[in-house]
Design a protein around this ligand. Structure first.
Ligand SMILES: C[S@@+](CC[C@H](N)C(=O)[O-])C[C@H]1O[C@@H](n2cnc3c(N)ncnc32)[C@H](O)[C@@H]1O
Length: 398
């Protein structure tokens, strides 16, 4: 396949130097202007790589040999890193990972979203190991023993693991016993969620129930089980709530993609009336329970897709919080937000490119006032971003 570089078509191995990390965590090098993406590389690395994909405007490569390591490269602490697809950045010092991810996110927001970066920006980091409250394991069923682990990097093959040091210890210590515990079970995926000494499994399996667990964050109690979404970093739950809520109060707030009510409950302490919209019925059941558990009486929970509800968004509510899945907002939701012009909009994103695309449009009505970059996913290329926006003065509708 031909590309814009001068690399002859029959040459597979070349030497390159990595310039930087791009959004998602891969390294970027250039050859004759052709961008070459290399997983698990570090800025400043001099590498011999093999080209695994050549396209007209970019190429992908895998490392054959590290000729000279870049600053901050290290031996990966986990022995499964080489084959397991769960982590991407263990080869970089912990604090450097955050620094490079934030740099890459800023570049994506600017380049893809046309965003002018606000003065108010902050970076939040927590523990880089033993932090994950939930995990999704792949299972290959067997009669005597099942294989349990994660997908290998770039494939759906299973890498069996008996340890995973990003998990909180309560979860990690389950791994060794699972192959026997799951023997004879005909399942292919197991979701586990841990809170202190409580554990929830979905589906419930021998020796592990699907029971509810409790989390405390921001002064609230949350009940849920392993079937539903919950924020994953044990040490940053309070910081995430604070980064989203800030110190505003008002009459009306709307929490879209509200899950079990993680932001709904704190919103209900600060706003007189809160509407929360969530598409997963099980999550809504828990949100209802959590509202009661925390003795809140000003929350209206709506169990439907945001796309079906968004036409009912009243004009000029004080606050809308959005925490969509990775794909971001659908055009219908973006258009309605522009049409109804809430006074403040807080967008919580785990996918920078989707956030950039949405901000490009939302900025027609809203001014970006602040950004918080939270490293909720150390050792991986993912980053959580909280974008605070305010309706531009005089911009009632577009
Ligand atoms: C990133 S999670 C955030 C949940 C919650 N804000 C939290 O912090 O725990 C996204 C949530 O959106 C829900 N969801 C996904 N697509 C949806 C849609 N189209 N309409 C409503 N909810 C949706 C998922 O079930 C999930 O609970």
């Amino acid at each position: 396949m031909s590309d814009s570089s001068n690399i002859p078509a029959d040459v597979d191995e070349i030497e390159i130097e990595i310039e930087k990390i791009v959004d998602g965590g891969q390294g970027l090098a250039r050859r004759d202007g052709l961008p070459i993406f290399v997983p698990r590389s570090a800025p400043g690395d001099r590498l011999r790589v093999t080209l695994v994909e050549r396209r007209p405007h970019y190429a992908r490569a895998e490392i054959v040999k590290i000729l000279e390591p870049g600053p901050g490269r290290r031996e990966a602490p986990c022995s499964f890193f080489e084959s397991c697809g769960g982590c991407d950045l263990q080869h970089l010092e912990d604090s450097l990972q955050t620094e490079l991810k934030v740099e890459a996110a800023r570049e994506t927001l600017t380049r893809l979203g046309g965003v002018e970066l606000p003065e108010r920006q902050s970076v939040v980091r927590g523990d880089a190991w033993a932090y994950r409250l939930r995990t999704q394991l792949q299972v290959l069923p067997g009669e005597e023993r099942s294989e349990v682990g994660y997908h290998a990097r770039g494939t759906h093959e299973l890498v069996s693991v008996n340890r995973c040091p990003v998990l909180v210890p309560e979860l990690e210590r389950q791994l060794g016993g699972l192959p026997r515990q799951l023997a004879g079970e005909k399942l292919h995926r197991l979701d586990l969620l841990a809170s202190a000494d409580e554990l929830s499994a979905a589906p419930p399996v021998a020796g592990m129930s699907g029971k509810e667990v409790t989390f405390e964050a921001g002064g609230f109690r949350y009940r849920l089980d392993a079937r539903v979404f919950f924020q994953g970093h044990a040490g940053l739950l309070d910081e995430l709530i604070q980064s989203v809520l800030e110190d505003d109060e008002g009459e009306s707030a709307v929490d879209l993609y509200s899950g079990v009510g993680f932001f709904t409950l704190p919103l209900a302490r600060r706003y007189e009336q809160v509407t929360a919209v969530e598409g997963d019925r099980v999550a809504v059941r828990y949100a209802r329970k959590n509202v009661r558990l925390n003795k809140l009486q000003n929350v209206d929970l709506v169990s439907t897709a945001v796309e079906s509800w968004i036409g009912r968004l009243p004009e000029a509510v004080d606050r809308v919080v959005l925490d969509p899945p990775r794909v971001g907002l659908t055009p219908k939701v973006r258009v309605r937000l522009l049409d109804r012009g809430p006074k403040r909009l807080t967008y919580v994103s785990c996918h920078t490119a989707a956030l950039a695309r949405d901000l490009k449009i939302l900025q027609r009505m809203f001014e970006l006032e602040g950004l918080v970059f939270l490293d909720l996913f150390p050792q991986t290329g993912h980053l959580e971003i909280v974008a605070q926006l305010r309706r531009r003065p005089g911009n009632e509708t577009v």
